[in-house]
Design a protein around this ligand. Sequence first.
Ligand SMILES: [Zn+2]
Length: 400
Amino acid sequence: MAQPAQSAVWPDEPTPLALDTAPVPEYGSGSLADLLPTLAAGQGVPGLGRGIPELTPADRNCVFLIDGLGWEQILAHPDEAPYLTSLLGTSRGGTGRPITAGFPATTATSLASVGTGLPPGVHGLPGYTARNPETGELMNQLRWKPWTPPRVWQPYPTVFQLADEAGVHTAQVSSPTFEQTPLTKIALSGGTFHGRLSGEERMDLAAEQLAAADRSLVYTYYSEVDGKGHRFGVDSDAWRGQLMYVDRLVQRLAEQLPPRAALYVTADHGMIDIPFGEQSRIDFDEDWELRAGVALLGGEGRARHVYAVPGAESDVLAVWREVLGEQFWVAGRDEAIAAGWFGDRIDERVYRRIGDVVAAAHDDVVIIASVNEPNESAMVGMHGSMTPVEQLVPLLEVRS
Ligand SMILES: [Zn+2]
């Protein structure tokens, strides 16, 4: 610990980023959690609010979620994504706009927000990994390891279930790999899941499902923009190739829309490339100062949950803020909650899943863990925090 009385007179004392400078997700008015409730409420499903009032749902609504395709990435690549670009905001002739993913901007959290229509503080998937307060262990929420009873972890019904019960024809069209996963069960179940391997098959089947009833709600998904971004970086040839491919997929689906239908293209988060080198990749596993008093490190590089040894919470917060506070928004649990990072309400069962300290990246830096997370630590592209490049996702509309 630094000695405050002395450090106060150092001329180069670091000034931590003020928490109120963090661009908090627009829960309740313009976030992923508001999309499906708005669509289903417009289809007459009871009990749901219309969080995005400017959206006018159709009788048949399809959501196409493209993993990892942020708003800013579409803006930056009109040549690779001509069709998506034609759907952008008014200056380009479309009605598209950005919405916020939610915090952390990561797949497990965002899929749960989309499917349940609830913010992370309520659905309870507050990151890539989070501590299970019942066992004291870290749980990987994307891979659901170690296995945890899904309906205990996330007890709320999905919007798909509510729509299905209200008589709306409901379907998910995704990879067969995901059909039986706990994350699918707690976030996306309701109606019928259809597994299809190729993107083209998914688009064709989504259009078919959309046409199958007078009122329908269909979800479809594509993963590899995110995959190539992690591995090779946003802007790599492999990533741009995926963008070109997914642009054609969207057009393929749009051209098959049945009458009285709307297609909404969105994403779970954007992505940022992180330079290699110690300045940009701070290695928790090699840093005795950051490790002091820490029992578990959760989350991911750009959105960390830090679980302290009991009694060390305030010391860990002070050290993390001093060491990282110019590059990360570093908040105590209650500060992060009060600032609205996880939404305006935190369920009691979720409270202690959130870190005693939460660190969200502001600069292009990450906190890696080279020993415990070798694969994640080697990724080129990353995401998780509240910066626009990660947080803003498209909400693009095509109507028949
Ligand atoms: Zn990802």
